[in-house]
Ligand binder design. Structure first.
Ligand SMILES: *[C@@H]1O[C@H](CO)[C@@H](O)[C@H](O)[C@H]1NC(C)=O
Ligand SMILES: *[C@@H]1O[C@H](CO)[C@@H](O)[C@H](O)[C@H]1NC(C)=O
Ligand SMILES: *[C@@H]1O[C@H](CO)[C@@H](O)[C@H](O)[C@H]1NC(C)=O
Ligand SMILES: *[C@@H]1O[C@H](CO)[C@@H](O)[C@H](O)[C@H]1NC(C)=O
Ligand SMILES: *[C@@H]1O[C@H](CO)[C@@H](O)[C@H](O)[C@H]1NC(C)=O
Length: 481
């Protein structure tokens, strides 16, 4: 019985092997479907500049399934078109417009045009003639004009991203018909109007990002039934009103809640303390007032907390977080006196911004558990005394140190500047001594309004970076006597 089974298995393998070989032998001859080739070549002819040669392999008469950016999964039919530049690489761009002939690619299920930056023109209407389309990622290009009113007819879509273009006008109400969507990303455009209520129909959403537009009105109270939403980003708009109560329904899963840079007001709701999975909370640059809820002590997994530029008052709750990575409480009405213990003990912190937080410690007495990962430290506008010598001596990656408007009192030439440092603002303190040569390597410097003296080293900084000291001289200040 068993041997019979194995001989069948062997036969099956032989057959498969033969088939694979046949396919291999005929591969030379196999070509992608002529419609797909024609559609892609028409796209190429609409591209006016391709400096990095992204479309170099797109040659007539060769198998288009082997071209850069092309995937064929249905034999000879193109199923995905993926042209992506690296976000940082300015040579990887495409200029030109998107040919409507791409509608010939009837088996496409995914269109990815990422970071091409100079690709322009209106919303590409060929997308409406592709029956199998489920993924659209058209990100960081220069497409403009309205999002078509009938966008809801792309009913199979599971991901729809127009992030980082120049689309304008309102978000069409028909978006409510895209009920299969798991990702809706329209951030970084010029969209106006309100957030459509119909978004509440998109119950499979995991990520909703509308940040960086000009959306107005309140945040609609539509979040009661998004069982899988983990990312909600409405930052950098013109939204007003309170945080709606239905957001509480997102508590079990939400990891990123970004509402910064709007005109939201009222108290920060107590229920935010129930968001046990929250990794990032950004409520910065709004008009929130009153206390930060005590319930925040239950946000044990939070890594990034940004509450800067609001009207929040003392006392700040004692957080139970194991390690915060970035914290910004600047420009509220806090009087923290000390840098909070849960910040000092964080083993992973890299960005600390506590400007105008009513801190009056002696900096030499601050003993953070970890300093090596710091990128940015902003302690401006406090009453901090002493010297940053010990702190700066223990950083390896620091890019910016900002401590203007304090009572720091030390000799500037004793400071060891980390090699990575680019910005240093120590203006309006009680610092004495000379300006060391090492500052010449910085990108920004401000040591104005201290008690510095002596000849300035040769630098590119303007006079206002040095003004208001006791007896500094030499360019850009008047020559030494
Ligand atoms: C940018 O892209 C071009 C072409 O793909 C490549 O040759 C170059 O090395 C890239 N530059 C960087 C900094 O990645
Ligand atoms: C949501 O996703 C599930 C599976 O992940 C699927 O069965 C269901 O049909 C989807 N619902 C909607 C409204 O698309
Ligand atoms: C933290 O959560 C626990 C359990 O849900 C609750 O009993 C406690 O009151 C919460 N703490 C605060 C300060 O809200
Ligand atoms: C500065 O750092 C060096 C190297 O980490 C260390 O040897 C030295 O003791 C430090 N100086 C002070 C005053 O902390
Ligand atoms: C330096 O700081 C002073 C006072 O804070 C400000 O007036 C001046 O413009 C600043 N200069 C530079 C170059 O940043």
């Amino acid at each position: 019985m068993q041997s019979l089974f194995f001989s069948h298995l062997l036969c099956a393998f032989l057959l498969l092997f033969t088939l694979l070989n046949l396919r291999y032998l005929t591969a030379e001859a196999a070509k992608c479907h002529p419609d797909d080739e024609a559609g892609l070549l028409a796209f190429k002819s609409g591209i006016t500049a391709d400096p990095s040669g992204m479309l170099q392999s797109w040659k007539p008469g060769t198998d288009c399934c082997s071209w850069n950016g092309i995937t064929c999964l249905q034999g000879t039919r193109v199923t995905a078109l993926d042209l992506s530049g690296q976000p940082q690489n300015s040579t990887q761009v495409l200029s030109g417009t998107i040919s409507p002939s791409l509608s010939k690619l009837q088996f496409l299920d995914g269109v990815y045009f990422l970071n091409l930056r100079k690709l322009s023109g209106p919303f590409p209407n060929f997308l409406f003639s592709l029956p199998r389309l489920i993924f659209i990622y058209i990100e960081n290009n220069r497409l403009s004009g309205p999002i078509p009113e009938n966008v809801g007819s792309l009913a199979k879509l599971q991901a729809f991203s127009l992030q980082g273009n120049r689309f304008s006008g309102h978000i069409p109400t028909s978006i409510s018909q895209l009920t299969q969507l798991s990702q809706l990303r329209l951030g970084g455009n010029l969209l106006t109007g309100t957030i459509p209520l119909g978004i509440q129909n998109l119950k499979n959403l995991t990520s909703l990002t509308l940040d960086g537009n000009q959306l107005t009105g309140t945040i609609p109270d539509i979040f009661a039934s998004f069982p899988t939403l983990y990312n909600l980003n409405l930052a950098n708009n013109k939204l007003t009103g309170n945080i709606p109560t239905s957001i509480l329904s997102l508590a079990p899963n939400l990891r990123y809640l970004e509402l910064g840079h709007n005109s939201l007001s009222g108290q920060i709701p107590d229920f935010l303390g129930k968001f046990r999975a929250l990794d990032t909370l950004d409520l910065s640059w709004n008009q929130f007032s009153g206390l930060v809820p005590k319930t925040f002590s239950n946000l044990t997994k939070i890594f990034n907390l940004d509450l800067c530029h609001n009207y929040l008052v003392d006392p700040f709750p004692a957080m139970q977080v194991k390690g915060i990575e970035s914290l910004d409480l600047s420009h509220n009405q806090f009087h923290l006196v000390n840098i909070p213990a849960w910040v000092t003990s964080s083993p992973i912190i890299y960005s600390l911004k506590l400007a105008k937080c009513g801190i009056n410690l002696k900096l030499d007495d601050w003993n953070p558990a970890q300093t090596y990962f710091y990128d940015y430290i902003d302690l401006s506008e406090n009453q901090i005394t002493g010297s940053p010598f010990k702190l700066l001596n223990r950083t390896e990656y620091l890019k910016g140190f900002y401590a203007s408007g304090n009572k720091l009192n030390f000799k500037l030439e004793t400071l060891k500047l980390p090699k990575t440092l680019k910005d240093l603002d120590l203006s309006r303190n009680l610092i004495s001594g000379k300006v060391p040569n090492a500052v010449a390597g910085l990108q920004k410097l401000n040591v104005s309004h201290n008690h510095l003296c002596g000849q300035l080293p040769k630098t590119r900084f303007p006079a206002s970076a040095f003004s208001g000291n006791d007896c500094l001289c030499g360019s850009p200040l008047p020559a030494c006597k």
